[in-house]
Ligand binder design. Structure first.
Ligand SMILES: Nc1ncnc2c1ncn2[C@@H]1O[C@H](COP(=O)(O)OP(=O)(O)OP(=O)(O)O)[C@@H](O)[C@H]1O
Length: 246
């Protein structure tokens, strides 16, 4: 396991308010990490900084084996180095089938060179099938995405991100609005995805975080308040005071 992402001493202020305050977080590859914390702790802003949406006032964001700085890179450049982000609301193309949605998202869809080189449609279909299998939507590949349940749409969007083959996947509150069995499927899916890549999940639902069974980072006022196993951080008195005890 080596460090994939190193956020170090990062601060950012909005109109004089320090939303992120000397934040340092390291994510390994592969790793599954949960980020929790009270409203306004800076969880979304942390993801905004990693994806280039928000530029920090100070600090370093270092990526990959070559230790490149993500600061100064555009959002699309950052996506291209291998960082995918799933927002809370699913944004699948509802009129398109599950199959078509996954094909559209594939990193290297079949192009003119495939024809020249004699690569077959079957390669692409194998990839679509593998992703559909991984997200549990193999049996609904031909259905329009609009008819899927909320949970299925979330999985499809995760599948579309996996089709991009990211090295780091950032996932914002995946369990929101899901039924208990959909949550269970989602934890299994994320745990599987994190066997070969880094997956960072922001989530408020403690039962969901427990099922993820991974290292947890607790943010508070833009800094790391505690880090370790869920049992370790939930015993921390500061965490109880600012988050769990409320
Ligand atoms: N663009 C912005 N302009 C001004 N203030 C902002 C902006 N983005 C975030 N903030 C403030 O920064 C702080 C951290 O916000 P952030 O959304 O990162 O917290 P969060 O931990 O994701 O909260 P939640 O759990 O409610 O989603 C909040 O006080 C928020 O109001």
């Amino acid at each position: 396991m080596s460090t994939l992402l190193e956020v170090s001493g990062v601060s950012v202020s909005f109109d004089g308010f320090r939303a992120i305050n000397n934040l340092s977080i390291q994510i390994a590859e592969p790793e599954l990490r949960a980020v929790i914390g009270p409203n306004g702790a800076g969880k979304t802003t942390f993801m905004d900084i990693v994806t280039g949406k928000t530029k920090p006032d100070e600090g370093r964001v270092i990526w990959g084996d070559k230790s490149i700085s993500l600061i100064g890179m555009s959002e699309s450049e950052i996506a291209q180095v291998g960082i995918g982000r799933k927002f809370q609301k699913p944004t699948v193309f509802e009129a398109q089938t599950v199959q078509e949605n996954i094909v559209m998202a594939l990193k290297n869809p079949r192009g003119p060179f495939d024809l020249l080189l004699g690569r077959k449609d079957a390669d692409q279909q194998d990839r679509v099938n593998a992703i559909a299998e991984e997200i549990g939507l193999r049996t609904v590949l031909d259905q329009p995405s609009g008819v899927l349940s909320h949970g299925q749409k979330q999985w499809l969007e995760i599948g579309m991100l996996l089709a991009q083959d990211p090295r780091l996947l950032l996932v914002d509150e995946p369990a929101a609005g899901m039924t208990p069995s959909e949550r269970e499927h989602t934890t299994d899916l994320l745990r599987r995805a994190a066997q070969t890549r880094a997956v960072v999940v922001v989530e408020h639902d403690m039962e969901f975080v427990r099922r993820l069974n991974c290292k947890v980072t607790v943010l508070h006022q833009g800094s790391v308040l505690a880090e370790g196993s869920l049992d370790h951080v939930t015993k921390n008195q500061d965490v109880i005071d600012v988050y769990l005890g409320r």
